[in-house]
Design a binder for this molecule. Structure first.
Ligand SMILES: [Ca+2]
Ligand SMILES: [Ca+2]
Ligand SMILES: [Ca+2]
Ligand SMILES: [Ca+2]
Length: 363
């Protein structure tokens, strides 16, 4: 274990290995290529039941990390990127259902950007408006689109629900400080996609535990000159940019030279392609075999597992308020009580759709 973490533990644990270049945010800017592509950068994926009606499951994907309150106008979605939730209900980490969001071009005259999402079960599409950002002190109210079967959708700017003492973590690694409990994500916004879907439409006839992950993909575009001498854009297939299930797995446990590869991988291949790497990272951190086994069950494949018959709480699903980093620390550091001292988001979550707190606004 990194000597600085030994200090945090009062030197109680045995020291082995090094954290090395370990960095940690949930999944914000975690890999070299995605750092240059914030509009397709998945920060986090959340899976939790509607707190007022467990027959509905809420799926959240946040992108566009670290939007400052004065830069809210940057909160939008790319018309060239597809944002997808995949759902496996047969236990093989191969998708059985999906909900894929695509977006219109932004209208320069102030019209609303729109989204289109297919409904799981292949029963059609829903289109609705993206909630626009505003520079006013009060955010625009969330525009909620209702679909068949009680489904609901929101796309737009929100407070980043992730919380973690990122500076304290890096100072710990550098040997210049420790956790101070300051939320490094305090005051930042993200672009959020929230889908609430009937649980029955996702469950199929499988074993009762869902596996869910997010993916971004961009359409390959070719620009050619037509016979008339005009430039014509032709759309090709979608190419995967990033995928994400669990918080911090790629960020913390996949080495830098493999992060881009991990992002274009498929969960069904994770056991073959990345389990050895993840185990080696945990071993280097000093994680015991018993805790490695627990974390492997969470992170390989990199999907969020959710059994609706058990109360939600990471790693069973992931609710907005779950202190996922402390949960991961609990197992990584052998259940010794390492904490970043940040236990909650800087804003209160809503008890009603779209659940995420409203965005921070210019003062
Ligand atoms: Ca990411
Ligand atoms: Ca499947
Ligand atoms: Ca926040
Ligand atoms: Ca924490």
């Amino acid at each position: 274990m990194h000597p600085r973490f030994l200090m945090l533990l009062g030197g109680a644990a045995a020291a082995v290995g090094l954290i090395g270049a370990l960095t940690l945010a949930a999944d914000h800017r975690e890999a070299p290529l995605i750092q240059e592509d914030p509009i397709a950068d998945i920060n986090d994926v959340y899976v939790f039941p509607n707190p007022n009606d467990p027959e509905f499951l809420v799926l959240v994907m946040t992108v566009n990390p670290f939007i400052e309150r004065d830069q809210n106008e940057g909160s939008h979605f790319s018309p060239n990127v597809r944002y997808t939730f995949y759902v496996d209900n047969t236990g093989d980490a191969v998708p059985d259902e999906f909900a894929a969001f695509t977006f219109s071009n932004r209208v320069p005259t102030g019209g609303l950007q729109t989204f289109t999402v297919n409904l799981p079960g292949n029963i059609g599409d829903v289109t609705g408006p993206v909630t626009p950002p505003t520079v006013e002190p009060t955010p625009n109210p969330p525009l909620i689109t209702h679909g068949p079967g009680g489904s609901r959708f929101f796309c737009g700017p929100r407070d980043d629900p992730f919380f973690f003492d990122l500076v304290g973590f890096n100072r710990t690694l550098d040997g210049t400080g420790t956790f101070s409990g300051n939320d490094g994500f305090d005051g930042f916004n993200v672009s959020a996609i929230v889908a609430e879907l009937p649980l029955a439409a996702l469950m199929g006839n499988g074993p009762g535990t869902l596996q869910i992950w997010g993916e971004t993909a961009r359409r390959k575009v070719t620009v050619v000159r037509s016979d008339e001498g005009q430039l014509v854009k032709t759309g090709g297939d979608f190419e995967q940019i990033e995928r994400m299930g669990n918080p911090a797995i790629s960020t913390a446990l996949i080495p830098l030279n493999l992060k881009d590869l991990f992002n274009i991988g498929e969960p069904a291949d994770d056991a073959a392609d990345f389990a050895g790497t993840i185990v080696a990272s945990l071993t280097a951190l000093g994680t015991s075999q018993a805790n490695i086994d627990i974390l492997a069950g969470v992170a390989v494949p990199d999907t969020i597992k959710y059994d609706p018959s058990v109360p939600v709480g990471y790693p069973n699903g992931r609710a907005l308020a779950d202190d996922v980093i402390d949960t991961l620390f609990f197992f990584i550091f052998n259940q010794t009580g390492v904490t970043d001292l940040v236990g909650a988001n800087d804003k209160s979550f809503l008890s009603t759709f779209p659940y995420l707190a409203e965005p921070h606004q210019p003062l």
